[in-house]
Design a protein around this ligand. Structure first.
Ligand SMILES: [Zn+2]
Length: 436
């Protein structure tokens, strides 16, 4: 059993300050002011910084991550060239190389305060090489990272020969969630048929469903409607998710209003991938260029659970990224214009509590009885954490500190000015949340 861990003088996302958090035997034992330290406890002084539950990434591709430049770079920047490029790389993959890149990314993720990742894994490969590699990675990282795998027929369930058989084999091997890509099937009708089939597989096996859905600027791409229908029909409420949903950005407002109400009624979750949607979508536009992200605040207002995912880091679709869910939240905030204090707070929820709900994580949160997982951020509020991409001062998993970073402070040599800069300090009256 680990030593007890007491984090003192923390601030919480709900505004409470000078709060202590005690972890015993991997669980949260107490949360409140002035807790006594048990004998042998490790004590961390949070010094008023923000203690939050850990980050959760609701949508990622761990089989492709860190493969940037293999075998070449994406010249057009489009989703379709990315899919072609991945198809060129697939025959060259080895299980060892996929696992090594995925393990390296998991190190980054832990350093950034991530506790869980839902990763799609391509099953359009007779060898199921990436599936085997990521199942091994899932086993290796299990003590510190909850890796939930989605069987993802990248080239289409109906369009790619053998895809359904491979998907079922992947599920038999232990992949957790049923995936799909209806907008990449040959026709709208086949896309709709793939949604029906995949929803039935999820229902038959008692699994969750998460489809890449309508990742296009074509407003006529309406597969999420079928996803909502079959979620309702098969009783998959809360367990079915539409990822990307970018066509909703370009839909007629009257249809979108009906669709959003249908999604709320059906209990379909939504995942936006702001960094990827803002770079992949709108590529066929001249000017004005559409943003291509789904209707995040409108979905939230309707009661749909909306999470943000990172989607890609240094792969055929996206050359940037560093496992930083605060960067994801910051991009989502900008693209959706969620700049109010409430909007900023909701963007923080979209990389913490909302994805935890989408993944169905047990014991998530800072309250007593929850798993003792937390991240201490060098910020006072969720909004400040997003603004600064706050340093993760400590990352705690099961009551054990797995990663630490020194507080960021910049030494300054300016005549007549302070000797250092701390970006959380600003003159009184310049921000709604005064520094300590
Ligand atoms: Zn994706």
């Amino acid at each position: 059993m680990p030593r007890p861990l007491l984090i003192r003088h923390a601030r919480l996302a709900d505004g409470r300050s000078d709060i202590d958090w005690l972890a015993l035997d991997g669980r949260v034992a107490a949360l409140g002011p002035g807790l006594a330290a048990p004998p042998e406890a490790e004590v961390i002084d949070a010094a008023g910084w923000l203690l939050a539950p850990p980050f959760v990434d609701a949508h990622f591709h761990l089989d492709a991550t860190l493969s940037l430049g293999l075998p070449r770079l994406n010249q057009s920047g489009t989703l379709l060239e990315g899919i072609r490029l991945w198809g060129e790389l697939k025959p060259q993959l080895t299980e060892e190389a996929v696992a090594e890149r995925a393990m390296a990314y998991c190190d980054w993720a832990v350093a950034r305060g991530l506790r869980a990742i839902r990763s799609h894994v391509d099953v359009c490969d007779e060898r199921l090489l990436a599936v085997r590699a990521l199942l091994e990675v899932k086993r290796r990282v299990a003590p510190y990272l909850n890796l939930q795998l989605v069987a993802f027929p990248q080239d289409g369930l109906l369009r790619s020969a053998g895809a359904e058989a491979n998907l079922l084999r992947a599920l038999d091997l232990g992949v957790d969630v049923v995936g799909g890509i209806p907008h990449h099937e040959r026709t709208m009708a086949e896309g709709t048929e793939s949604v029906r089939r995949l929803a039935e597989i999820a229902a038959e096996r008692g699994l969750m469903l998460d489809l890449h859905c309508d990742e296009t600027d074509d407003p006529a791409s309406r597969h999420v409607e079928a996803l909502a229908l079959h979620t309702h029909r098969l009783g998959l409420q809360g367990r079915a998710t539409g990822s990307h949903l970018t066509s909703m950005h370009s839909m007629d407002n009257a249809y979108a209003a009906k669709l959003i109400a249908l999604m709320a009624e059906s209990g379909v979750n939504a995942i936006a991938n702001p960094l990827i949607n803002i770079t992949l979508q709108g590529r066929y536009d001249s000017y004005p260029k559409r943003r291509g992200m789904t209707r995040v605040p409108e979905l939230m207002d309707a009661g749909v659970t909306v999470a943000f995912g990172h989607d890609c880091v240094m792969d055929p679709w996206y050359a940037l990224g560093s496992a930083d869910m605060l960067e994801v939240a910051g991009m989502g905030l900008h693209v959706a214009q969620m700049t109010s204090l409430e909007g900023q707070r909701r963007c923080f929820d979209a990389v913490t509590v909302n994805p935890a709900q989408v993944l169905g994580l047990d014991g998530y949160g800072l309250e007593p009885g929850c798993r003792a997982d937390a991240v201490l951020l060098q910020a006072h509020t969720p909004a400040e954490a997003i603004r600064l991409r706050a340093t993760r001062l400590a990352v705690v998993c099961g009551g054990v500190v797995l990663a630490r970073s020194a507080p960021q402070q910049v030494a300054l040599a300016l005549p007549g000015r302070p000797p250092s800069v701390d970006f959380t300090r600003h003159p009184p009256g310049s921000a709604p949340h005064p520094p300590r």
